[in-house]
Write a protein that binds this ligand. Structure first.
Ligand code: GLU
Length: 417
């Protein structure tokens, strides 16, 4: 992390503070919304393949449940820590409120390096985590999903472990499941699709023609690769992509499908990708492009490099890719930022549809899922855009205002002790 990067919790709080001041939120409500409602930390002893027991740290934070059961992914990464999970949980509260789905926010994580673990070790770890969080999770309480380092297989183990402990199949306890276990069509692509829809909405406001506009995408996991592919399908030229192995640039455009095929055939990384020139991660962030999509992780655009960003539009596929100390710099440069809690909300929106389908026991076509998700994303974008005009603030602060206002008024109606 760069010197100028902030702890994600500080970045979240500084936007929260700014928005609550503009809203004129009273002190009591401020204090309630500031803290997570529940924060659980567990130590998970796992028998590793070499016969030794390794103890892992696991977290689950429920930030807020006023709008409904808490919702949010589970992250497997060596960077996981309590403050990061708290920030990510709060972002889920604001995200669900921005798109108007009936959920609060939560997040979980295990400090581990999933790339260095065997399938058996990952399964034991996921089951142990689920058993430890059995009292936290529940279809009406707290509903996990995939995040960095997790995917359909982890969600399948989680669903199975929870169901065994309950004594019956409980698919609605987790979303992002494989289709055969009650997953939803369109869920895998949902976050990237929402990023694409947000990009289109923002380009229209900026008066930029998507055909031939250029775009750089940081991160080539589920969110980055699918965002790149769908943004390219709208006529934009993807000139740079990146992952842990480095960044790759081609002024004539990168064939995203070809890069995905390459990644899948090479242990999941772009390492050695020859159809583009290798550049640094910082070069990618400061390329002269129309659109920049940071879809990797937190604190990539900071006070250190924000001044050098040349994109006209930033669409945040990742959670927290911009430190709060970079916000003012980007605003001053007139760069429109579609914030994470709006731009990447397509994922949790289709998670909500998955949960609805599980509870109905009736499944929708992909076309219906996409149509409804696109509508949610377009309406949320327009609402935030109008709020940014009304209050004369950035899209980011407008998104916080919309979200905090909604959660605060719900809290007031429900009442407290
Ligand atoms: N992990 C994703 C996010 O950060 C999805 C959460 C969900 O679907 O519950 O939005």
């Amino acid at each position: 992390m760069s010197q100028a990067a902030l702890n994600p919790l500080d970045s979240m709080m500084s936007r929260f503070d700014e928005a609550t001041k503009i809203l004129g939120l009273d002190e009591s409500t401020y204090n309630v919304l500031k803290y997570p409602q529940k924060s659980v930390m567990v130590h998970l002893p796992i028998m590793m393949d070499n016969g030794k027991v390794q103890v892992f740290e696991g977290y689950r934070v429920v930030h807020n449940g006023y709008l409904g059961p808490s919702k949010g992914g589970i992250r497997y990464s060596m960077d996981v820590n309590q403050d990061e999970v708290k920030a990510l949980a709060a972002w889920m509260t604001w995200k669900c409120a921005v798109v108007g789905i009936p959920y609060g926010g939560g997040k979980g994580g295990i400090k581990c390096d999933p790339r260095s673990m065997s399938k058996g070790e990952l399964e034991r770890l996921t089951r142990a985590y689920t058993a430890a969080m059995f009292d936290v999770f529940g279809p009406d309480k707290d509903i996990p999903a995939p995040d960095m380092g997790t995917g359909q297989q982890e969600m399948a183990w989680l669903m199975d472990e929870y169901s065994k402990m309950k004594g019956f199949s409980s698919p609605a306890v987790v979303t992002g499941k494989p289709l055969v276990l009650g997953g939803s069509l369109g869920r895998v692509e949902a976050t990237g699709r929402g990023v694409m829809v947000s990009t289109r909405s923002a380009l229209a406001k900026l008066g930029i023609n998507p055909i031939g506009a250029t775009c750089a995408v940081q991160g080539f996991g589920n969110v980055g690769s699918i965002s790149a592919k769908l943004i390219a399908s709208q006529g934009l030229r993807i000139v740079a992509i990146s992952d842990i192995s480095g960044a790759y640039y081609n002024a004539d455009g990168i064939d995203v499908d070809d890069a995905i095929t390459y990644r899948d055939a090479s242990n999941g990384t772009l390492d050695g990708y020859k159809k583009a020139t290798k550049i640094s991660n910082n070069d990618l962030l400061t390329l002269n492009v129309d659109v920049l999509v940071p879809a990797a992780m937190e604190d990539q655009i900071t006070a250190d490099n924000a001044n050098n960003v040349k994109a006209k539009l930033i669409v945040e596929g990742a959670n927290g890719p911009t430190s709060s100390n970079a916000d003012a710099i980007l605003n001053k440069k007139g760069i429109m930022v579609v914030p994470d809690i709006l731009a990447n909300a397509g994922g949790v929106t289709v998670s909500y549809f998955e949960w609805v389908q599980n509870r109905l026991g009736y499944f929708w076509t992909e076309e219906r899922v996409n149509r409804r998700a696109d509508r949610v994303m377009k309406q949320a974008f327009e609402g935030v855009y109008q709020a940014s005009k009304k209050y004369g603030v950035s899209m980011r602060i407008a998104a916080y205002i919309v979200a905090i206002d909604k959660v605060a008024s719900t809290m007031k109606l429900r009442g407290i002790y």
